[in-house]
Design a protein around this ligand. Sequence first.
Ligand SMILES: [Zn+2]
Length: 622
Amino acid sequence: MTQHDPERDLTVRFVHRMRPTLPRSLPRVTAGACVASRKLPLGRLALGSLALVALLTLPGCGPDAGSADLILTNAQVYTLDWGEPDREGHPAPDAPFDSASGWRPDAEAVAMKDGLIVFVGDSQGAEAFRGRRTRVMDLEGATVIPGLIESHAHVVELGALASRINLMGVGSEEEAVRFAEARAAETPPGTWILGAGWDEGAWADRLPTMDLLSEGVPDHPVYLRGLYGFGGWGNRMAFEKAGISASTPDPPGGRIERDAQGNPTGVVLDRAMLLLEEAVPEPSVEETMEHVLAGLRIMAEYGYTAVHEAGTGPRSMAAFQKLEAQGRLPLRVYAMLSAREPELCQEWLLKGPDSGTDSMLRTRSVKAFYDASLGSRGARLLEDYSDLPGHRGVAGADYSFDEDLVARMIRAGFQAEIHAIGDAGNRETLDFFERVLRENPQARDLRHKIVHAQVVHPNDFQRFAELGVAASVQPPHAVEDMRWAEDRLGPQRIRGAYAWRTFRRNGVPILLNSDLPGSHWDFFYGFHAAVTRRDRDLQPPGGWRPEEALTPEEAVRGYTLWGAWAEFMDGLTGVLHPGFRADITVLSLDPFTLASTDPDQLLGGRILATIVGGEVVYERGR
Ligand SMILES: [Zn+2]
């Protein structure tokens, strides 16, 4: 029985389209690795035979020692083993690209052994690495790229979401309440009911209240966190348990929504969320370990080989460390310590950054918040919000930015990633970096980042480059915020918003990621947004401010090699090259060519396999 399978059709088409290309950049000999060839202009046959010669002649690389654990063959491999594109995105002269026919893969096969890549080249050349125990995956024309790196994520939260009510995509207050009622029906009275994902950005003008929620769920405390973590919604019992009443003052950097009499109406914003959250019992370390594993499993299914956890607290750190000690982390985890956890930071200040590269868990970064979000009008702007005169958002010490702690971490050798969204938030964060780096020039090389870097004054782009500060940006945010971002900013300021090309043009390193679970982490969704500036419905047809789009190569690099750079793993991951870690993602379609030939199809892409250190951690059933 034959069933129509669009992916299959795609695969077949790509096999036919594939040109007989040679490896552009043949592997360099890397000390300690059994590699196949030098950078020589060899043909297919010559490459194969050279591989054999290498096997027989290199010390420690006899036929048994040389046989690979895993070979990917018959693939369209993009190694990224060529020069960086220029600031306008034009590919380097040695890239497998020409302006007449576009991109072509630069290899067909990858062989790996003991966690490292040992060969990259054509399928025939890879045969030399086939031994009795070698697993060979015939990829039938699928695309292979370096492993995807999610460089700003909240994976623990993603895993925890699995155990909560998921309100992502819920369109109304009534619908959210129905979810809470259904969960309450199967939960013992008095137990907290937790949920997350209602959109405090989209609902900002008509926030929900506790009335309907308390009517529907009278006997359980309910706490529903907003999608972006800037709003929290509770029922009456939750507010009672948290002790929030008319006499509770708004905390610095936060607001309790109130009625005319000053009574809380059910939503707490920004820092006021803590008032409700602190009343919710904490999960144990063991529960958190389960959340980590659940989150990483999802990430593996979506092709990611490494995850940068943005803001690790003591409990999630303990969970990561336990899982690492037990050898149970399936993906590489780069944990950024939360600057809102001074004791944890203090502990690491004494220990110093972990600059090793062998462990699956690596900790050498601190994550801080400078301002809040644009949707909730918490992002700090230089001038008033266009849709809320007199209001400029919240930032700095008023938003619990602990300048002294972050500066001490930087001086101790930690990388800093600072959340800044508004143009004032970004400027003041750059000012902070400038002060600290002036006094500590050695800390300039720590690859500091501003995450989101969403609204930037025209004068400030160049300052990122001067300070060596990268912009960590989220392609999904641009296409999700475009409906209301200009309301907040007006027609002038919007030009410096979500301005990825402007960053590149100014020589600013950029990273692409999703900030999951707030936005979806599907690579094809983010990639499509990065290269087309269109949303899932392919709107607007020409892209929203398309002059800020990235090229397909920049977008792939943003999700792979540039992420590796951000975690100091460049030279080890991010490129498919002998001697590098075998971190690899297999895609059902070719993002390089489709971006120009048929970008609408990108959203239908699927992950076929995820390989971390030579281990297949996810494989799609065919
Ligand atoms: Zn985040």
